[in-house]
Design a protein around this ligand. Structure first.
Ligand code: UDP
Ligand code: MG
Length: 314
């Protein structure tokens, strides 16, 4: 059986088309399918529409969250509840076309355990595209594991991979595309053109998107922490030699570039140096704080989602 996991937050406009296109696409599959729809605390008609859907078709299971927990927790809940031998993750706004799932399934049958989608084109604004492109490249450069470029959560995972994520990675701050890469197994990318949102507004606010980006960078690399060491050496080494020079300059009292030690110029230089170093120290404190805050969240071991109810027709 194949499970399709879809997180939904206020997607009332997209549900009818989503169901229609998904069910149509599954007709070309030779395996039975189930669909786990996660209602991430929607406050439009999404919950009622999903219940209705479950009422009409017993292959659909609805997980209602007690409030909005976010996209990554919603996906995590979906893969916890999915029962299939392979689990597909896709968005509910039809940016990930259900029609290409057959290609994923065929790759899986060839023996690949993770089939992830790689976006060749994005139909989104210039700044968003630039932001995404930069993010994936920075992540790739500093991450300790090989997270493929331009691939989001849209993917198929074999049961083995899903079990690894569910059972061996209990972390609270979820960055699924990174965890999937971390899991290993035989992985392959399939290219596709990312579509425009079928209807409705983007549910990922700028703040949420930045949060996700920082979670990814910090969750999969300790390079930012090392920056402090690098900066430290960069500043300390030249300063040490400069210090020696100033002492010698004072003792021997010679003129260099027209200055003798008695002239005591350099207030501006001093001020700039202090502010510069102060800035660097604050940035580094901030970086340490980001890690510290995440350690705090992790040690509390709170559940990263809470289920209100589950609906499925017997
Ligand atoms: N989503 C969610 N919880 C949230 C935000 C988004 O479950 O807090 C869902 C949303 O309904 C959609 C998917 O996650 O199915 C991707 O969200 P969106 O399309 O807004 O983001 P983007 O396309 O920019 O990744
Ligand atoms: Mg979208």
């Amino acid at each position: 059986m194949i499970s399709v996991v879809i997180p939904l937050y206020n997607e009332e406009e997209n549900i009818p088309q989503l169901k229609e296109r998904l069910v149509k696409a599954t007709e070309s599959w030779s395996e039975p399918f189930e669909c786990v729809l996660v209602n991430d605390g929607s406050h439009d008609k999404t919950p009622q529409m999903l219940n209705q859907l479950a009422e009409e078709d017993s292959r659909f299971r609805i997980i209602h969250f007690s409030r909005n927990f976010g996209h990554q927790p919603a996906i995590s809940a979906g893969i916890h509840h999915a029962k299939g031998d392979a689990v597909i993750i896709m968005d509910g706004d039809l940016q990930d076309p259900p029609e290409i799932l057959l290609e994923f399934i065929n790759k899986w049958k060839e023996g690949y355990e993770v089939v992830y989608a790689v976006r060749t084109k994005r139909k989104e604004g210039f700044f968003k595209k630039l932001g995404y492109a930069t993010f994936y490249r920075v992540l790739h450069a500093i991450s300790d594991i090989d997270i493929p470029l331009d691939s989001g959560d849209f993917c198929l995972m074999d049961r083995k991979v899903v079990n690894a994520l569910n059972q061996e990675m209990p972390e609270n701050i979820r960055f699924i595309r990174g965890m999937r890469a971390y899991a290993g197994f035989k992985q392959i990318g399939v290219t596709y053109e990312r579509q425009e949102r079928a209807a409705g507004e983007v549910k990922y606010t700028f703040k949420k998107l930045m949060g996700l980006a920082i979670d990814g960078l910090i969750g999969f690399s300790i390079f930012p922490l090392r920056l402090a060491t690098y900066f430290g050496f960069l500043v300390a080494f030249p300063s040490f030699f400069a210090g020696i020079f100033f002492i010698v300059h004072r003792l021997l009292n010679f003129k260099i570039f027209g200055y003798s030690p008695e002239d005591t110029p350099g207030i501006a230089t001093l001020a700039v140096a202090i502010f510069f170093l102060g800035g660097i120290i604050l940035i580094i404190l901030g970086i340490i704080g980001e890690y510290l805050g995440r350690i705090y969240i992790e040690v509390k071991k709170r559940p990263f989602y809470i289920v209100d109810s589950i609906k499925q027709k017997e």
